[in-house]
Design a protein around this ligand. Structure first.
Ligand SMILES: [Zn+2]
Length: 260
C-alpha cells in the first residue's frame, strides 16, 4: 500500500529509527515506523522526515508494529516529494507550522493500519488546507514577503471553514440584523458568533469581521490581499477554534512560543 502525506510529528526511537505521524491526503493521521529514519550511519545521511515534508511511504500490508498501544505501519520504502526548505531558517515560520500541526494532531481522525487510504471523505479538506498553507508559507519566505499574522489568519479561516464551524459573518447572532450595515460588531469566541453594537457592548471589531470575510474569499496564493491583520486577530480565531474542540491554547507548546 502506498501512502502520501505531510510529516506533522516525529519521535526518535531506539538508536536510528523514527516513529512519524503523517497527515495523509485523505485527511487522516497515519503512524509509521521507519527503520533507520533518523539518518546518520556511515555516510551521515540527514533525515528526510523534516516536519512539513511531503512523503511517499510504501507499506507491506502484512507488516505492522504495536508500540505503547499505538498501531504502526512499517515503512518498506519511502521518498520525499517536497520539503519546506526555507521554514527551518525562520524561527517564527517554524513555530507557525508547529502550531498548524499541533492543531491538526488534536482534530484529525486516525488512519487504521491495514485499511486502504480512502478518498473523498469529509476530512480531505484538512489536508488541502494544511498543504496549501505550507506551500504558500514557504513561497512567501522565498519571495521575502512572509507575514506571520497574515499567514496564520488565512490558515485559521480556511481550517474553520473546512471543519464546518465558520462563524456567520453576515448576521448578528442575536437579532439577525445585517452586520455590514451595523455601526459596530463584536466577535464572541465562546459563542462562535458576531454580534451588532445594539446587542453587545464589546470592542468594535468591524475591521476584523471584514478581514475574516476577506480571508474566506481569498485563495492561499493570494495571501498578500489579506492586509492589516495582526496576532491579536488571529488569536481571536484560535480562541474560538479551541473553544469548539475543548482545547486550551496555553496547552499548545507552539502557541506559547508564538504568542509570548
Ligand atoms: Zn444584534
Amino acid at each position: 500500500m502506498l501512502f502520501e502525506g505531510i510529516v506533522i510529528h516525529r519521535v526518535p526511537y531506539k538508536e536510528r529509527d523514527l516513529i512519524v505521524k503523517l497527515l495523509l491526503r485523505n485527511g487522516l493521521l497515519g503512524s509509521f515506523y521507519i527503520y533507520g529514519g533518523q539518518g546518520g550511519g556511515k555516510h551521515h545521511k540527514p533525515t528526510v522526515f523534516e516536519p512539513g515534508s511531503m512523503m511517499k511511504i510504501h507499506v507491506r500490508e502484512t507488516k505492522t508494529r504495536s508500540l505503547e498501544g499505538a498501531e504502526l505501519m512499517v515503512a518498506q520504502e519511502y521518498t520525499r516529494v517536497w520539503e519546506p526548505a526555507h521554514v527551518r531558517y525562520n524561527i517564527q515560520a517554524f513555530y507557525l507550522i508547529c502550531l498548524y500541526f499541533e492543531l491538526v494532531l488534536k482534530i484529525a481522525p486516525v488512519q487504521h493500519a491495514g485499511e486502504d487510504q480512502l478518498s473523498g471523505g469529509e476530512t480531505e479538506g484538512i489536508f488541502s488546507v494544511v498543504s496549501n498553507a505550507l506551500f504558500h508559507l514557504e513561497g512567501s519566505l522565498s519571495k521575502n514577503d512572509f507575514d506571520a499574522p497574515q499567514q496564520l489568519m488565512l490558515f485559521m479561516v480556511k481550517l474553520l471553514f473546512h471543519m464546518g464551524i465558520m462563524p456567520d459573518t453576515d448576521h448578528c447572532g442575536y437579532c439577525r440584523s445585517n452586520l455590514l450595515e451595523a455601526t459596530s460588531s463584536t466577535f464572541l469566541p465562546a459563542e462562535g458568533q458576531f454580534a451588532c453594537g445594539n446587542c453587545t457592548t464589546g470592542e468594535n471589531e468591524k475591521g476584523f469581521l471584514l478581514r475574516v470575510k476577506k480571508g474566506f474569499q481569498t485563495r492561499f496564493q493570494d495571501y498578500a490581499e489579506v492586509m492589516g491583520t495582526n496576532f491579536h486577530e488571529a488569536d481571536r480565531l484560535i480562541q474560538y477554534f479551541c473553544h469548539q474542540f475543548h482545547l486550551k491554547p496555553m496547552d499548545l507548546r507552539s502557541y506559547k512560543l508564538l504568542f509570548k
